[in-house]
Design a protein around this ligand. Structure first.
Ligand code: ZN
Length: 453
């Protein structure tokens, strides 16, 4: 089936030339983009569905490279509103130990719903808690993502160092390294799709290089490389972590992961706030990617990731909203705005522009996830795109540059989201999702969970 989205005020393709097509159209054939152009479609091309995009800007769907969907149930928890990372984690583990499949399902739907409405068409997730008897968490997430129709890269997280072994989490949410590896293998076999256009790809994602042993990190690395799946973890987020690594391993966090073989084009790390010049060069040289999470870094007072320096050095950088316990919002377009503003606070107003922030949110994220089939609008790419209505209060007076308005002004929700050729959001509503019922269910679970601790 062929669909034509036509008459858009602007189609921002994010192609090699960064083309912005006035009065543009996107022709979709099944799950792929067939043509992108300006003006009217050649009349000889047959079309089944027509969608008038008058007064809208169309751009590729945004890509979220770091998240913990389960955390939507623990937003804004009063006791950790002002906590630094390690105390924040220790206190929240006491709540998270009570997760089960039902609570996770509600959390995932809320997180994915918010992502869909804020422009995201591909998201990762990083779930690393597996309370006893809850070994099927990733399966629960994939089922919800398939129902909502979002492109999904669930990271099979893991922790093997509980409190009794000097780690932060309670023993009942960690697993043995044998359990972790065998579930990683099971998930790859059951769900991983290496083909172009894949809707589900599994990534392997120990929580952090110090919540799993050296042997555990190496075993996951070997499995990932054998199976051709990507590797992900948290890295260089705070100065506390840097001190911890220097004391425990006699190495900075990046030196430590380098010694584990956790750098390369199939690896991306979340945060990377505290990288020195040599480490940025290492990331550029090895093709290692970074998920930049500006809101979370501000919320936890972690610092300012050197995104300008990374981009100048050629490091692949994508955006991540991070979990809702450290951002409290899964608004991906707002994250592009935060990224732009945060790079400027050190004194350079030209440190990051709106166009580049959107490039990081689309092409940057696609590259970090090793995907050349998403992130731009061009023939043969997956049909993932979003549309924003421009006639709105937030943009009044800003339409001399409609694309930049998305980032400079208050970031709105999308009017349209098409993923893999299927309309998922129309007129600002997620199709097939009873949002009020979901919010009620989610809030009941959240209240009970926080009361229990
Ligand atoms: Zn995180």
């Amino acid at each position: 089936m062929r669909s034509l989205i036509y008459n858009a005020r602007l189609v921002a393709t994010m192609d090699d030339r960064g083309s912005e097509l006035a009065e543009g159209y996107v022709l979709v054939d099944g799950d792929k983009i067939d043509l992108v152009g300006r003006g009217t479609l050649p009349s000889r091309v047959p079309v089944d569905v027509l969608m008038d995009a008058r007064g809208r800007v169309i751009l590729p769907g945004l890509v979220n490279t770091h998240h913990h969907l389960f955390q939507t149930l623990t937003r804004n928890v009063p006791t950790v509103q002002e906590a630094p990372l390690f105390r924040w984690l220790t206190e929240l583990y006491q709540i998270w130990r009570n997760f089960d499949a039902e609570s996770l399902d509600a959390a995932v739907r809320v997180g994915l719903g918010e992502l869909l409405l804020t422009g995201c068409t591909t998201t990762t997730d990083h779930t690393y808690l597996f309370p006893r008897g809850q070994e099927r968490f990733i399966d629960v997430q994939i089922a919800a993502a398939r129902e909502l129709g979002i492109r999904f890269h669930p990271g099979r997280g893991s922790m093997s160092r509980g409190k009794s072994q000097g780690g932060l989490p309670p023993d009942e949410v960690v697993q043995t390294e044998e359990e972790i590896l065998s579930d990683c293998e099971r998930l790859i076999h059951a769900y991983h799709d290496p083909n172009p256009g894949a809707m589900v790809r599994i990534d392997l994602a120990p929580c952090s290089p110090f919540s799993v042993s050296r042997q555990g990190m190496e075993a996951v690395r070997d499995l990932g490389r054998r199976a051709g799946v990507r590797l992900h973890t948290h890295l260089a987020e705070t100065l506390d972590e840097e001190r911890f690594c220097l004391e425990k391993f006699g190495a900075r966090p990046v030196e430590y992961v380098e010694s584990l073989g956790w750098t390369g084009p199939d690896v991306w790390h979340a945060h990377c706030v505290h990288l020195n010049t040599a480490e940025i060069d290492l990331f550029a040289r090895t093709g290692s990617g970074v998920a930049h999470c500006p809101s979370s870094n501000m919320r936890l007072a972690s610092g300012i990731a050197p995104v300008r320096a990374m981009r100048d050095a050629g490091v692949r950088v994508g955006l991540g909203v991070d979990g809702s316990a450290s951002n409290d919002s899964s608004h991906l377009l707002a994250e592009a705005r935060q990224a732009m503003l945060l790079q400027r606070v050190n004194g350079n107003p030209a440190a990051l522009g709106a166009q580049e922030a959107l490039e990081i949110a689309t092409l940057g994220g696609a590259s970090v996830l090793g995907r050349d089939d998403i992130g731009a609008l061009a023939p043969g790419m997956a049909a993932d795109f979003i549309g924003y209505r421009l006639a709105r209060l937030e943009f009044a007076g800003a339409l001399h540059d409609p694309l930049a308005a998305l980032v400079f002004c208050t970031p709105p929700a999308v009017d349209l989201s098409v993923i893999n050729g299927r309309v998922r959001v129309q007129d600002g509503q997620i199709l097939g999702l009873d949002l009020p019922a979901l919010i009620r269910r989610h809030d009941e679970i959240s209240r009970a969970m926080i009361r229990e601790t």
